[in-house]
Design a protein around this ligand. Structure first.
Ligand code: AMP
Length: 173
């Protein structure tokens, strides 16, 4: 199965959640067992020999990819969650959205200093979300080995904003 085949399984939903947004719906890929497995397998093969210490997954759809990848690699999973969800002591970062701001948190004891980390989300748009997750990793002394996505919206130029990080996406639009 190729990246091109995986791309055919992603549904484009116009005007969701608001007019003008083309929402990339990954549920149509996830419900295809072979395609879901191939998605995780592509990532597993890419990261198997990178000596990763942790996979950081971003709430919510980032969890869908990061959890099976961490399991497949035998590497621990660290959740980055929306403010107020993590129960123990956290660090919090605020970042800009198109309208307003958003906050993400990580547990203060989630990573060792110097940990080699892969940060995972389903989709790269402007890069604000994953950049905030990377800032939390760095606040704990972790090293962002790479950022990985199923989908990259290249026209939003998130990659340029994140130029100091290695960045990989399976499918580009
Ligand atoms: P950004 O912070 O702009 O890179 O936005 C990335 C986050 O917003 C990811 O967690 C995505 O799940 C979500 N997102 C942004 N744009 C889209 C889109 N067109 N389709 C689906 N999800 C999106």
């Amino acid at each position: 199965m190729t990246e091109q085949h995986l791309a055919t399984l992603i549904r484009n939903v116009p005007d969701f959640p608001q007019p003008g947004i083309q929402f990339k719906d990954i549920t149509t890929l996830l419900q295809d067992g072979a395609a879901f497995r191939e998605t995780i397998e592509l990532l597993r093969v890419r990261y198997a020999d990178r000596n990763l210490d942790a996979i950081v997954g971003v709430e919510s759809r980032g969890f869908i990819l990061s959890a099976p990848l961490a399991y497949a690699l035998g590497v621990g999973l660290v959740p980055v969650r929306k403010a107020g969800k993590l129960p123990s002591a956290t660090y919090r970062v605020e970042y800009e959205l198109e309208y307003g701001t958003n906050q993400l948190e990580i547990h203060r004891d989630a990573l060792q200093r110097g940990a080699r980390v892969l940060v995972v989300d389903d989709l790269l748009a402007t890069g604000g979300t994953i950049g905030a997750a990377a800032a939390l990793v760095e606040q704990l002394g972790g090293i962002v080995e790479e950022m990985a996505f199923l989908i990259e919206l290249t026209f939003l130029k998130g990659r340029e904003k994140l130029a100091r990080y290695p960045l990989y996406s399976i499918i580009q639009y």
